[in-house]
Design a protein around this ligand. Structure first.
Ligand code: SF4
Ligand code: SF4
Length: 542
């Protein structure tokens, strides 16, 4: 794996501007560090996807099937017939340029083909050349070009430099969603066996074992038990979360990153402590042990399949509704695609009602699924939780709006309400970098792999710059978020662009401040670090 060792000054040593040749003639240069590694043959074979093989983008020959052109043309025609949005996005762009400077990869790297308008044009030009009369007759004078092997290579290069964050779509007067163009382009590449392993292996694991990390049921249970021991060490309270139990009102599903990796585990411990304190009637599941859905980045069919599992498990266990953890793209799948893909929820599921406050979550009438930040914000509004904010008083906190909960479901206020309820010191990053305009962590859509760290740090520049601004202005030392991928990707981003800032989930902050009935005096936070305010109090007493 290429080692990334550029300093920020070296990384920023580029110029914005047009290349010397026209964009159709300008070819990407593959080198270690600027592409994610291809899907391994055994992984692709296990999934039953086409053309499993060992190959490298550095090779001249990508070992495609002989009839690859026919496969791409047929695949494109099929999708133009099936997805009205795709046909529209191919037809209606007027090249106004409103989206051009809105992509974090363009801002951090200056490559014109990372302008959303030009990224989509990589596919649109083939649509024109192959499927429109004007393009067939006039060729490039009508914006068309022929399908060649160089085009396929260029697609792989640039459609895997798009995190499907949808920031560009916010600024498009026609509502063109370049993320959906990327999704279709990746599907076409899939037909040829062109994909990346960081995306395909989690999909294989989820398809086979119910979660991206491939955690088997007994291991899942062991990890949860282990985390409960840590909760007991901090609070003196022993929690025994129900697992695979039938007849509970709520099925709780969260990304497997929360169960497995630091710092997600502290967020997961936070969920368990909250549920214990309010006496929630819930169960976990070792089968639906993943909220995330890398199918979103793979193909519509795979997204549909992985989504269905959560509802099948809710039906099997007889749960009325699903409470979902702090995840990003899980919520985009739920809010934008679930109903279209899988139709109505199982008939016995009900519109979610908080058993603690009686609030009816009408926004979840169709999906029967509530985001934990909505759920906890409702508890806060009804004064159902007691907090000792002094335990978080050493933290100056900002909030990163994760792209999918923000732009995919419009969730802006709830996490902020929760953070302010349990922390005294909260500071917003600049307005043009938060809420619906939030900047991506640059590692979403399967790109959170270390082999492309240079690209991630380039794409992470706008978020890092905003973070550094509040770090310098308000001494911000903590960035909270509601997404498992963010909790992983923002750590190197912060270390690079704003060293000294720690990343955490919102429910880690909640649990640290939460006063639980019967708890021992807390001296440590969930990371088992001493609570600084106790020292300060002791000094004041002396
Ligand atoms: S969806 Fe995000 S990453 Fe993709 S082109 Fe638009 S702004 Fe860039
Ligand atoms: S903002 Fe919309 S119409 Fe304008 S160039 Fe971008 S995609 Fe095309």
């Amino acid at each position: 794996m290429a080692k990334f060792n550029m300093t920020p000054d070296e990384l920023l040593n580029f110029q914005f501007g047009a290349p010397n040749v026209g964009w159709m003639e300008h070819k990407p240069v593959f080198k270690e560090g600027n592409f994610a590694y291809p899907g391994k043959a055994d992984v692709i074979r296990d999934l039953g996807f086409p053309n499993p093989r060992e190959w490298s983008p550095l090779d001249e020959d990508w070992k495609l099937p002989e009839n690859w052109m026919e496969i791409v043309r047929d695949g494109m025609k099929d999708r133009l017939d099936r997805y009205r949005s795709f046909k529209l996005f191919m037809d209606i762009c007027v090249r106004c340029g409103a989206c051009a400077d809105k992509c974090h990869f363009y801002i951090g790297g200056g490559d014109p083909k990372n302008m959303p308008v030009l990224r989509a044009e990589l596919l649109r030009s083939i649509y024109r050349g192959e499927f429109t009369t004007a393009g067939k007759i006039l060729g490039k004078w009508a914006g068309g070009r022929p399908l060649t092997m160089d085009v396929v290579k260029e697609w792989f290069f640039y459609f895997y430099q798009c995190t499907e964050c949808r920031r560009c779509s916010l600024f498009c007067p026609y509502g063109i969603d370049t993320a959906e163009v990327t999704m279709i382009a990746r599907e076409l590449l899939q037909l040829l066996g062109i994909n990346i392993n960081w995306m395909m292996e989690p999909v294989r694991n989820c398809n086979r074992m119910g979660n991206h990390l491939g955690i088997q049921p007994h291991a899942f249970k062991d990890i949860v038990d282990f985390l409960c021991e840590d909760i007991e060490a901090v609070t003196g309270i022993r929690i025994n979360p129900p697992m695979n139990e039938k007849g509970h009102e709520v099925l709780f599903i969260t990304p497997s990153g929360d169960v497995f990796a630091d710092p997600g585990i502290y967020t997961f411990m936070g969920y368990l402590m909250l549920f214990h304190e309010i006496g929630l009637d819930y169960t976990l599941s070792t089968y639906a042990s993943e909220g995330g859905n890398f199918g979103l980045f793979t193909s519509h069919e795979m997204m549909k399949k992985l989504n269905a599992k959560m509802y099948a498990e809710a039906e099997r266990l007889g749960s009325k509704w699903i409470l979902g953890g702090e995840c990003g793209h899980m919520w985009r799948v739920i809010n934008q695609y679930m109903s279209t893909h899988n139709g109505p929820c199982p008939p016995k599921m009900e519109t979610p009602v908080s058993p603690i406050t009686g609030t009816v979550f009408r926004n979840a009438t169709e999906t029967k699924m509530v985001h934990i930040a909505e759920f906890t914000a409702d508890l806060v509004r009804h004064n159902k939780l007691k907090f000792d904010k002094r335990r978080n008083s050493h933290l100056n906190v900002t909030f990163h709006d994760s792209c999918n909960p923000a732009r995919g479901m419009g969730m802006f206020e709830e996490p902020r309400e929760v953070i302010k309820a349990c922390c005294d010191n909260f500071f917003e990053m600049p307005a043009q970098t938060i809420r619906e305009q939030t900047f991506c962590c640059a590692g979403g859509s399967g790109l959170n792999t270390d082999e492309i760290m240079e690209m991630r740090m380039r794409g992470g520049l706008p978020r890092g710059n905003a973070l550094r601004h509040v770090q310098q202005k308000h001494d911000v030392n903590t960035m909270a978020c509601v997404c498992a991928i963010d909790r992983a990707t923002l750590i190197p981003l912060a270390d690079y662009w704003a060293p000294g800032v720690t990343i955490c989930g919102v429910h880690e902050l909640v649990a640290n401040a939460l006063i639980m009935k019967g708890e021992q005096e807390r001296t440590m936070d969930l990371r088992q670090n001493e609570l600084p305010y106790l020292d300060e109090s002791a000094e004041e007493d002396a």
